[in-house]
Design a protein around this ligand. Sequence first.
Ligand SMILES: [Zn+2]
Ligand SMILES: [Zn+2]
Length: 153
Amino acid sequence: MDAEAIRRSLESSGLRCTPQRYAVMAFLLERNEHPTAAEIFEAVNGVDPRSSRATTYNNLRDLVQAGLVREVAVEGRAARFDAKGLRHHHFICDRCGNVEDIDWYDVPKPASGSLGKRILRDSELIFRGLCTKCAPRQASAQRHKRHGRVNTG
Ligand SMILES: [Zn+2]
Ligand SMILES: [Zn+2]
């Protein structure tokens, strides 16, 4: 997305395109690794030291409320943020907490009876397990354990 497209998407969501807000959006769009609010602040502050932590966090909240940025909740860790327009699911690594995108496919909606009076806006999946970096380590740790058992048993 170029600068003009970012400005347009902010304004069509009813947000003024301030330099700080633009910087948050631009940073998120060029990232794949779902940064935390603290990481976004550091990056934006590195480019423009006038943007305070409070301003950055407020901008982030505005972008989430406007639907331009998604907040990915990771239990026990800081929330991660994602500005990619394309729908996708997420994979969260149990070991390193890495949040990765999984290509979108349609998810069956829950039966209307189970929702009661709730109004469903969207649904997406979170897969959990070990990422490609952590999976081989787990496999080799298990191999070592098996070996140990054979040797001592
Ligand atoms: Zn991992
Ligand atoms: Zn994502």
